[in-house]
Design a protein around this ligand. Structure first.
Ligand SMILES: Cc1cc2nc3c(=O)[nH]c(=O)nc-3n(C[C@H](O)[C@H](O)[C@H](O)COP(=O)(O)OP(=O)(O)OC[C@H]3O[C@@H](n4cnc5c(N)ncnc54)[C@H](O)[C@@H]3O)c2cc1C
Length: 467
């Protein structure tokens, strides 16, 4: 009766996984996206380009090797935008190819164009030629993602005043930059440009940044970024940005003026729902363009699901993929398990941050007793070998039963090694497992054993004193 059993709008991580999951269940599946956006924001303007740029910056500047070879160590003296773009383009092309291949292998039909609802069981697809075609479906998963929010008061020109989409297409590495907003994206780009030698100033309305992370880790990050000449203006707001012949002037509400070649706004993101004609399907979005869903990612209309950034928090590629898979399974009538509550957070600043579970502040707030076990990379042979003297792993442990309550990592490979702690926590393991386990040597993973020993020694000491 319908063209497709399940149609997916948007080919980002949520859309891809929804399409493939339904195809694996034998459904007839189609996925709609614009020709130049296969892979979504994730592959084209967000996660993958920013993480590739970071690798290119780390490699070409030689920053991660300077502990070993001295502060003047560089792989390339003059790093140009094309040096950076070459790597980014290469990865985007390869990843797009991988995604196209995965969809094709699973017989997911690729429908090129922009979709908008005609009613709850059909959409119009504008392929760009001016002609629209109608596609019908039994169920649909909206995975339309978000775009950078642009305050009306700011005159974005994609050259001097840019958002996180524009920053990857700059014509030259700026000598100076103001980053407005110290959220994850803002701080990742602030780190990269600071590493490239750009004089970065971060302006943030709030008094703190990344306040969902461990305080000590955020302090360490600030210390490192200040060392790369980053200036922080907390509790300050940008009143206006003036474009002048040679640079822009960022005028703060407090009256301060900051001159910069480039101003990058990282002021949150807006759901891409304004062109979807949601009302035709009986749906609506909130002020920020987000769609409300239930625990199974179903909207208020029975056959319509929504996943990924368009449904809001946590708005990560990692969680979007899982939401897509679960939504498709539910739509196909399969029994589904809930997404595991333990989700790691990875922040690709320089140095990088990752954690899973609770922070010291949250545990204190809920009057949950905990002990801290710390391992410093500089005390590990692998830390010395890779030249990371600042990294650390912190375990928050329940003194009652040794359960891990939180794992916080700062430094080389933080986003990788956090998963060891996640696995132990997810399986209900205690620090005893980490104390008794044998780890490969020399590795950064060995930090778990060192931190677990530290925590268990402290706990034992308290028990001894307490009688
Ligand atoms: C700079 C940056 C860095 C990031 N870094 C990370 C990170 O390190 N780790 C992480 O987990 N997450 C990261 N994210 C977040 C991550 O990119 C998103 O969470 C993820 O891409 C969301 O996936 P999605 O499925 O919602 O779709 P998206 O990737 O947002 O893609 C949505 C797709 O829908 C399409 N679409 C929209 N409207 C229509 C329409 N009407 N018709 C057809 N197609 C349409 C768009 O063209 C687009 O391709 C980052 C984001 C940014 C911006």
């Amino acid at each position: 009766m319908y063209d497709y059993d399940l149609l997916v709008l948007g080919s980002g991580p949520g859309g891809q996984k929804a399409a493939i999951a339904a195809a694996k269940l034998g459904r007839r599946v189609g996925i709609v996206d614009r020709r130049d956006m296969i892979g979504g924001v994730c592959i084209n303007t967000g996660t993958v380009p920013s993480k590739t740029l970071r690798e290119a910056v780390l490699y070409l500047t030689g920053l991660s090797q300077r502990d070993l070879y001295g502060s003047s160590y560089r792989v390339k003296e003059e790093i140009t935008v094309s040096d950076l773009a070459a790597r980014t383009q290469h990865v985007i092309t390869r990843q797009t190819d991988v995604i196209r291949n995965q969809l094709a292998r699973n017989r997911v039909a690729m429908i090129t164009g922009t979709g908008r609802f005609a009613d709850a069981h059909s959409i119009w697809v504008d392929g760009g030629s001016g002609r629209e075609s109608k596609v019908t479906f039994d169920k649909i998963v909206i995975a339309a993602g978000t775009r950078p929010a642009r305050p009306d008061s700011v005159d974005f020109d994609d050259r001097t005043i840019v958002d996180s989409d524009g920053v990857i297409n700059l014509q030259a590495v700026p000598r100076s930059m103001v980053v407005v907003g110290a959220g994850v994206i803002g701080m990742e780009y602030a780190s990269m440009f600071a590493a490239l030698g750009t004089k970065v100033t971060v302006v943030e309305r709030r008094e703190r940044m990344l306040d969902f992370c461990d305080d000590e880790v955020v302090e360490s990050l600030k210390y490192h970024l200040r060392d790369l000449s980053v200036a922080f203006r907390f509790g300050e707001e940008v009143a206006a940005v003036e474009k002048h012949q040679t640079a822009a002037l960022c005028i703060l509400k407090s009256g301060k003026k900051i001159a910069a070649d480039t101003v990058m706004y990282s002021a949150g993101r807006q759901g891409q729902t304004d062109d979807l004609a949601l009302e035709a399907a009986g749906l609506e979005a909130d002020r920020r363009g987000r769609i409300k869903v239930d625990a199974n990612y179903r909207t208020s209309v029975e056959n319509i699901y929504a996943v990924g950034d368009v449904i809001g928090f946590p708005a990560l590629a990692s969680t979007s993929m899982e939401q897509g898979r679960l939504a498709a399974q539910h739509a196909c009538g399969e029994p589904i398990r809930e997404m595991h509550g333990l989700q790691p957070i990875g922040i690709y600043t320089i140095p990088e941050i990752s954690f899973v579970g609770q922070t010291e502040a949250q545990l204190t707030e809920s009057s949950t007793p905990f002990e801290v076990g710390i391992a410093r990379y500089r005390e590990l042979a692998r830390g010395q070998i890779v030249g990371d003297s600042y990294g650390m792993l912190k375990l928050l442990v329940s003194p009652d039963d040794g359960r891990l309550l939180g794992v916080h990592v700062f430094g080389t490979a933080a986003t990788e090694i956090v998963h060891i702690g996640q696995a132990v926590m997810g399986c209900g393991g205690t620090i005893d497992y980490l104390v008794d386990a044998v780890f490969n040597y020399p590795t950064l993973a060995e930090a778990y054993k060192v931190a677990a020993l530290d925590a268990s020694n402290k706990i034992r000491n308290i028990v001894r004193i307490d009688g």
